[in-house]
Design a protein. Structure first.
Lengths: 351, 351
């Protein structure tokens, strides 16, 4: 049991260290030449103001909305919120890649659908795969191996894979402004969690390196594992095709309750799969922050909705109804085009 | 992304603060007059030495078994490891208590088994309830309500309930030597988790107050929840009777993987339901600590096995086979009688 005094001491020490190390980082990182203070890659608009106001009001001990450090929880969708999701989620790219390895191990699969279509490389045919086809591909590439083997396979793919537009490793395609939000919240005592529709074990492989978020703070779509022993009696866990929780829509607050057991004070998303997480966050007492990222920047990233007349898409849809709900509920919509000075750390900051 | 240097700084600051606050605690807490240094309620035997050696070797940067701070994970079974489990698990006592409230809400249940037997108070008949009977009672008392309502009900029960032997609230029946292990590990950068066969949501209600362990660090038997809205459109989660994971036996490493995603470096238990957690812990590289508590002190607590000729029991069984396995595998068996100077904080330390 810690007393409130001890907790405050601990929080003060943490903030001190983070501010110190952030300062070190600032001297070395040219991206921060964009401005002084937190969130340098953000233009000074309503989105940046909403984040700063939320942090100030919830960390000021004199505020009626003060949040004790142990309750400072912020949850982030990943695909399309923390990094690029177009033209296709990176996990789906991984699964398609793994089909090649799978067919090498089991050559009889090369004439069996949907594996046959995937290895044909015929983009039009691949685009027509049905949901049951995709489920077969996910089950075959994400389960049946030990958790260690899976981690090694994903790690290797990430070290080699490049996205088709920028030809960069996927973890360089994180949004610099969102990295700044993660750091700003952590510097103010918030624990940052990913809450993704992607596979929990998949995201855990690279999240610490990419976002500074450890495995125990990844909430995602969860599959079961089964405990067993190898021929030498050494125990290991096998990844099962059994789905424990689909971390989308209502599954996001359900996953948050399961993994964290506390209601977030801030939540960030970009599509209808995040709506319930934002509702659940805002339904708590006091100051709560709910934000949705709108991809409206075809030049620097992508533009898709169909909200606000943007192009329609199957990947990371942002419908007009969600936009209208955000406006009605007081959620902040971030315009990538207007709110962000720069999008990627690798950009020249004068872009 | 934190550099190793930044992480070391953070760890050093944390250890500093914890040592400082521990020192403050020491001046105020008469229980620590038992000795100086860590683990004052432990006699100086092989168990105390094993814990101290493990901590020293895994936190010394010059040691080949040094564990980076972010990987320092220790998991503890609860019932019979951190607090008293006899004559019956406190959660079962809670469920029996809730049957009374349930019958008030739904009077038709008073003539339906197994509820009829529970409200009869007939101990002999209650003792003969079958596993399917118990499952009906658990489902009826642990699901069907909102997560908030459940938390409020459990909280109220804990504030009022007393155990039948010492007539103390249950959270005073934690073992002082184990509280010292939790604090000693945390002071050395370990994140302490509970990994219990008890209900995850149940234990979360009191774990922060009782053990200093926050809700996000409770791994337990997990039920599903369902997201929905009340008549005013306010979202809430309903506790489902659906079992997601039985956190016993192989379910313990499975639950650890699900909730933490890292293998523990230390694990503590007291019965066969903990065996796989200890195996999984010890199967990792480097120095690992695996400990089992043997209840061999009928005078100060309880004595049960049937290992080592102690009385047999249905609650928290410690069979001879587990004892033999521990000796063979190099796990440490803690003798409550010989290793602990005192058992409860409320005891006179001269006992």
């Amino acid at each position: 049991m810690k007393t409130k005094y001890q907790r405050n001491l601990l929080a003060a020490a943490l903030v001190g260290v983070v501010v110190f190390t952030t300062t070190i980082g600032r001297a070395q990182d040219p991206s921060t030449s964009l401005g002084t203070g937190p969130l340098p890659s953000w233009n000074d608009g309503p989105a940046k103001q909403a984040i700063k106001k939320f942090v100030q009001t919830t960390t000021d001990t004199g505020s009626k909305d003060f949040v004790p450090p142990e309750e400072r929880i912020a949850t982030f969708d990943q695909d399309g919120t923390l990094w690029v999701e177009h033209p296709m989620y990176s996990q789906v790219m991984y699964c398609f890649h793994r089909v090649g390895a799978l067919v090498k191990e089991k050559p009889e699969l090369k004439d069996v659908e949907p594996f046959k279509t995937v290895i044909s490389g015929d983009r039009e045919a691949i685009g027509k795969l049905t949901m049951p086809d995709l489920e077969k591909i996910l089950a075959a590439t994400l389960s049946g191996m030990s958790t260690e083997q899976f981690q090694a396979e994903v790690k290797q793919w990430f070290a080699e894979a490049k996205d088709p537009r920028w030809h960069k490793p996927y973890n360089e395609l994180t949004y610099q402004p969102m990295q700044e939000v993660l750091k700003y919240l952590r510097a103010n005592g918030y624990k940052t969690y990913i809450c993704t529709g992607g596979g929990q074990d998949f995201v855990r492989v690279y999240a610490e390196q990419t976002y500074g978020i450890p495995p125990e703070q990844i909430v995602g779509t969860m599959g079961g594992t089964t405990y067993g022993y190898d021929k030498d009696g050494k125990p290991f866990l096998t990844k099962d095709p059994k789905l424990l929780l689909n971390d989308n829509n209502g599954g996001k607050p359900e996953g948050i309750h399961l993994m964290i057991g506390r209601r977030p004070h801030a939540a960030f998303g970009n599509s209808p799969g995040d709506q319930q997480m934002l509702e659940y966050t805002k339904a708590g007492d006091g100051a709560r922050l709910a934000m949705l990222l709108l991809h409206d920047d075809a030049k620097r990233e992508y533009a898709y909705g169909p909200a606000q007349g943007l192009a329609d898409t199957k990947v990371g849809t942002f419908p007009q109804a969600l936009y209208d709900k955000a406006k009605k509920e007081g959620w902040t919509v971030i315009s990538m085009k207007n709110d962000w000075k720069k999008i990627f750390a690798f950009e020249n900051s004068s872009n």
